[in-house]
Ligand binder design. Structure first.
Ligand code: LLP
Length: 429
């Protein structure tokens, strides 16, 4: 059996899994499961690695953390303290960003199907908006004229790990197409918007970066047309997020040095050739910064054999981590107390939700599992907790972060009373 080499913050000690130096078994016993276990250090390391790779090639770089990946206030505060900016998509995310200490000038809003009251709130707060439609622009300008405006472009090239996560190209609801982009900037200029940016985000979970480069090139070509035909300069060019991470043992990690070099060279060459001045290069990574900072711990309560499959029943289902059900995503799973045992069984890992799609893994090769074993589901830091729900009336999991060398409860486990917190009982029957 080829054992997956463990990466930080994971470590093997005498066959058991350790996380940032702590026994996950002891943490699971202390805090109960399902439990999201997070590493402050890994988030900081991820931010520094990406920022440095870019800034070493171009001075004017900003990273806008795509908050949707993980909105725990501590994650936001850690990234804020690193110098990150933040990309938001809802009034709730703006509220959380402000609560974490981001000032409005560090917040960007990249919404879709945006309501007028959202636009008013953003205008009042002076938050930079990436408009997603002509309709949004028209409604925005009726409310008031922003100081700065950016248009989300559909560069007609998309990429992503699943069709749901490809956010550009022919089948995408996002962004404006080239001719409409030109018109939108012309309208904004006539309305006396004074400062401009331009934006794209082509999809999520990109490990093959070729489409990304095509899209960046197309974005810059469109920026050139806007600059020439409308006569405006761009303060920033935002090339979106989407950088993938290896989920499967055989997935190759993104070559960050090569990627950064190539993307920045492309950017700089085109900016120079087209006379676009010295715009900031913005990126909006979500997954890359937080995904491998977190594991989901779940306890085995059931082992069940049918004539067709062997099932391992655990206490986390798609209410806790929806990605396997929603996108058929692979999350690597370790039996935390049996790291040195051979994979000799094939299991479906099933959660407690009453739907047959509630499987965290299908036909997974693992050591023989018994009731009471502890599973660690890797790469659960992005779109894990943030997509979790109370479906089947199961309170959401807790989050523990190893901060400053010790475990800290950064989100309490929800209680039964949280299931009825927003409900109002009619008293007349
Ligand atoms: N910027 C915008 C405008 C976005 O819509 C997104 C993600 C990002 C940045 C960050 O993308 P990232 O760097 O995290 O790939 N729930 C899916 C992912 C959906 C992403 C949606 N937009 C998943 O679990 O894979």
């Amino acid at each position: 059996m080829a054992r997956k080499k463990l990466r930080e913050p994971l470590e093997e000690r005498k066959g058991s899994l350790y996380f940032d130096g702590f026994s996950v078994k002891e943490l699971a016993e202390k805090y109960d499961t399902p439990l999201y276990l997070m590493s402050e250090k890994r988030i900081r390391d991820n931010y520094n690695r990406l920022y440095e790779a870019l800034v070493n090639n171009y001075k004017y770089v900003r990273l806008y953390y795509a908050a949707k990946a993980n909105t725990n206030l501590n994650v936001l505060r850690i990234l804020h303290s690193q110098g990150a900016y933040i990309d938001t998509v809802s009034p709730g995310e703006v509220f959380l960003a402000l609560s974490a200490g981001f000032t409005p000038d560090r917040i960007m809003y990249t919404g879709t199907s945006v309501r007028n009251d959202e636009l008013k709130m953003l205008l009042d707060a002076n938050i930079t908006i990436n408009i997603d439609s002509q309709s949004e622009l028209d409604r925005l300008l009726k409310i008031s004229v922003p100081q700065i405006l950016s248009v989300r472009v559909n560069p007609e090239v998309g990429a992503g790990h699943h069709s749901h996560c490809i956010t550009a190209g022919a089948e995408s609801k996002f962004g404006l197409w080239e001719e409409e982009v030109i018109q939108a900037y012309a309208i904004a200029q006539r309305a006396r918007v004074g400062r401009f940016g331009i934006h794209m985000h082509i999809g999520s979970g990109i490990l093959d970066t070729e489409p990304y480069f095509l899209a960046v090139a197309k974005l810059l070509d469109i920026a050139k047309r806007v600059h020439k035909e409308v006569g405006i300069d761009f303060e920033f060019i935002d090339i979106g997020g989407g950088l993938g991470i290896p989920y499967k043992p055989e997935d190759k990690e993104l070559d960050l040095t090569a990627f950064s070099k190539r993307v920045v060279t492309l950017f700089k060459n085109k900016v120079k050739e087209y006379g676009l001045g010295k715009p900031f290069l913005f990126m909006e990574p979500g997954r890359y910064l937080v995904c491998d900072s977190t594991i989901l711990l779940t306890s085995v309560n059931t082992v069940k054999v049918t004539p067709v499959h062997k099932y391992v029943g655990v206490d986390a289902g798609f209410n806790t981590l929806i990605r396997p059900t929603m996108y058929d995503s692979y999350h690597h799973i370790l039996v935390a107390n049996k790291l040195n045992e051979t994979n000799k069984e094939t299991y479906n890992i099933a959660g407690p939700i009453c739907e047959s799609g509630d499987l965290l893994a299908r036909d997974r090769q693992l050591p023989e599992i018994q009731e009471g074993d502890l599973l660690a589901i890797l790469n659960a830091g992005a779109y894990g907790f943030s997509m979790s729900s109370q479906y089947n009336s199961r309170p959401r999991a807790s989050e523990i972060m190893i901060m400053g060398g010790k475990p800290v409860v950064v989100r309490e486990r929800e209680q039964l009373k949280d299931l009825i917190a927003a409900q109002r009982i009619q008293s007349d029957f």
